[in-house]
Design a protein around this ligand. Sequence first.
Ligand code: UGA
Length: 483
Amino acid sequence: MRIAVIGAGYVGLVSASCFAELGHEVVAIESDEQKLKQLRSGIVPIHENLLPELLARHVGTRLTFASDIATGTKHAQAVFITVGTPPAHNGDADLSFVEMAAREIAAALRSPTVVVEKSTVPVRTSDAVRRTMLLSGADPALFSVASNPEFLREGTAVSDFLYPDRIVVGTDDDYARSVLAEVYAPLTTGAYYRREDAIPGSPADNARILFTSVKSAELIKHASNAFLAMKISFINTVANVSEAVGADIAEVCQGIGSDSRIGSRFLNPGIGYGGSCFPKDLLAFRSIATHVGCDVELLTATINVNQRQRNSFIEKVRRAVWNIRGKRFAVLGLAFKGGTDDTRDSPAIAIVRQLRLEGALITAYDPAAMERAKAELQNLAIDYANDPYEACRGADALIILTEWQSFSELDLKRVATLLRWPILIDGRNLFDVDDAKDAGLDYHSIGRKPEESSRKRLADRSDSTSEMLLGTKAETEVKVCQP
Ligand code: UGA
């Protein structure tokens, strides 16, 4: 198939590379000249596992680039729109880039083309795309509009694409259906999985394609993200109860997640969800639901619980160190989650900002997101370390904000000796409570009672700070236990 992909952001670049990997001829269209230059010379502008391998395999052969839609879509049988849909000031998705793309596709339309929405858009956007194309002079006999939402997670997007739980295709006509069936045939027939050079993965079976109406497909995308976000807000709510009553959230999650109707994935408590998708999609979904007169209470609760989770983490820090002002914190993690350099709507960045606002001194480290974080936090005085241990040296406490695998492999004993006070406040529950205890750390995590072992170590230090820390701890426990 000849495919054009408009927009070489996270979704566009991954999709274009994966379509090429499946054997299609792909043109990725990007208007940012700087980015185009990088891509053409083999530089991968984002941190995404396996993407460099795919680009190395296909750039210049099955994957080429164009700077304008007219050139890039010239021979395409399917044109995927993967432009940004950022939130507008009122929470609606800003669809102006989608509209612009629709107009330009219409102007360039010469042969039968399936226009596919892959950007996350509110239900009924396909109607608007179709109307815009008609108003722009497109021949209705030459095009149809389909929806093919993506369910890619940043960091594992390539594997998610090639080994999907399901492929959703929303279309109201047979031609579009047959074109999209052919696009994904290497996955649905299993031909790709039999290839010797296939990107490794473990397909449970051949990929499943689900054909729906266009509106259902659009709704599936928003509903999926809203459900996952709700699951996270739910488990964070349970974690707070668990912590207050002295239960262990890890055990609770195991117990809940073992029920196959619930499942164990996306049940990790933490500092709340972030990123470029969940926060924006929840707002957009709530907005469209409100427009059509439906109740949005559940979505509002999900959003509010998420915001409160960030605030309650700051309170946890306060309980652990007493006064935040003047304390130096080693902060590990700035990306919105592990495995990515993306800091958009990162809860870690929000927490760092708040700590600075309250007068904390910060030495931060992230394995991939440091450059982006520096740009975002440029108006705040923050020190950056070259590795986690350097960040810890002399800090009053260590705070973990992103679930990087490498952080969970830290030598906790070494951490405890480098810190001025052996206090670890872990927003991602990366450590076993006993391991932290054995390392002599005063360990605060989410949904588990703070570890008491190192109280003794603090008490052994007979200066005023340790007394204050111990005093605050006792006060906190009394508060938590009150009904
Ligand atoms: C999310 C969805 O998972 C994808 O299916 C979807 O395609 C994508 O949005 C999108 O709409 O484009 P992504 O934003 O990459 O993917 O990140 P997730 O892995 O879903 O994590 C989102 C946030 O939730 C992160 O801040 C993460 O730390 C947090 N999270 C995730 C938790 O706090 N607990 C969990 O158990 C899982």
